[in-house]
Ligand binder design. Structure first.
Ligand SMILES: Nc1ncnc2c1ncn2[C@@H]1O[C@H](COP(=O)(O)OP(=O)(O)OP(=O)(O)O)[C@@H](O)[C@H]1O
Ligand SMILES: [Mg+2]
Length: 371
């Protein structure tokens, strides 16, 4: 089996480091306090929660829901009901109690046509039924003997629900629960900060914060080395570092590159093999990169290329940067940066002392550098 996972979480053998973050989350859960976790995309938020849940599994009930696909509170209710149902399936006694507890919401079980997984649908046709259903679902969990931990992934999605006062509605329910600790995750740091750190908003002051950074390089180096060696693959001693330099230590791109190198079945990996594999990955994605180019204006494209060439841009509006790449006036450049952030092609890392911009997709970054 390929030890470098591209999706999801399996067990601690396939998970690198995050000791500190794991400890903090376990401590918060133990103390019944809530945590808001945010980071840039694909750095490992979801895997971290799955890891913590793996460690907690015997002691507590763990409920995970990803609300990214939901468009309303009604869909939120169904997703929450389904997540609870998965933890308390009907063939277990707590599962029967759950179905009994929510019978007034007339739950029906459907099989998702794509995933083949069962889903619970509640009968919510009137708005006031939503107001009852969500508190009722939480209330069931609050009455369990074991403590419950709920992780709500892509929590910033609630901001796009059409119902009014969603934040206040959820915050009020959550405030009155005693047996549940919450972890809110989000990959849109700006929106997550708005929800949790604006003094005038309902969730303000209600959580601990955790900003998930990149995995420390030294730790990742030994993880990569050990994972290959355990599978009988040897390498030049510099190889892990070469990999991490190429991926800027970004978790997903590192996993992706390692996965591909492993899939190529080398018995001994050289630095050249790493570069060749990266080149192959870039070639596979080239059609998509050309599409990006078609979707951007020429000025936006040039800005993107300039950021890629610099790798990290600390002072985007400095005369130095503007002149070096001929990027026009400051006001146009500001608009271009905004457009690129908006399209998720670049990202501003705010979680460091000196914030900087970088190209999100590290493979695209290399392609732009070589173009
Ligand atoms: N500590 C880790 N060790 C090894 N692989 C990891 C680790 N954390 C994450 N991964 C892998 O990195 C990839 C991205 O992780 P994950 O999906 O958890 O990120 P995310 O921050 O939740 O992303 P998104 O913003 O898309 O929700 C996945 O392939 C996952 O398996
Ligand atoms: Mg995620």
């Amino acid at each position: 089996m390929n030890p470098f996972l591209l999706y999801n979480y399996l067990d601690p053998d396939y998970f690198c480091n995050r000791h500190e973050e794991t400890e903090i989350l376990l401590k918060n859960i133990d103390n019944n306090s809530n945590t808001a976790v945010f980071s840039q995309r694909r750095i490992g938020k979801t895997a971290l929660i799955k890891h913590v849940f793996f460690l907690l599994k015997k002691k507590q009930s763990t409920i995970y829901l990803d609300i990214f696909p939901t468009l309303s509170l009604k869909e939120f209710s169904n997703t929450l009901a389904t997540a609870i149902y998965r933890e308390f399936p009907i063939h277990k006694s707590a599962g029967k109690k759950f179905m009994d507890f929510i019978k007034l919401l007339r739950p029906t079980i459907k099989i998702n046509a794509l995933s083949g997984e069962p889903e619970l649908m509640l009968d919510i046709s009137q708005p006031d039924q939503i107001e009852k259903s969500i508190p009722q679902l939480f209330s069931f969990l609050d009455q369990q003997q074991k403590k419950v931990v709920i992780a709500i992934d892509e929590f910033q999605q609630i901001l796009s629900y059409p119902e009014k006062n969603v934040e206040a509605f959820l915050r009020t329910i959550i405030k009155n629960l005693h047996n549940i600790s919450f972890i809110f995750l989000g990959s849109d740091s700006k929106l997550m900060i708005e929800i949790f750190n604006s003094a005038k908003r309902p969730f303000y002051g209600s959580t601990n914060f955790m900003v998930l950074n990149k995995i420390p390089k030294e730790e990742y180096i030994s993880y990569i080395m050990n994972s290959f060696v355990a599978a009988g693959v040897d390498m030049d001693v510099k190889v892990p570092e070469v990999i991490l330099n190429l991926t800027c230590t970004h978790t997903y791109y590192t996993q992706r590159l390692c996965h591909e190198i492993f899939a190529d079945r080398f018995l001994f990996i050289t630095e050249k093999d790493v570069v060749n594999t990266l080149y192959k990955l870039i070639q596979q994605n080239e059609a998509i990169y050309f599409q990006y180019r078609n979707l951007l204006t020429k000025a936006q494209w040039n800005t993107l290329k300039a950021i890629a060439a610099e790798k990290t841009v600390y002072q985007p509006y400095s005369q130095n940067f503007i002149k070096k790449y001929d990027l026009g006036s400051t006001s146009t450049l500001k608009r271009n940066f905004e457009a690129l952030v908006d399209k998720a092609l670049i990202y501003q890392n705010l979680a460091v002392e000196e914030p900087y911009y970088e190209v999100e997709d590290k493979f695209l970054m290399h392609w732009l550098q070589s173009d």
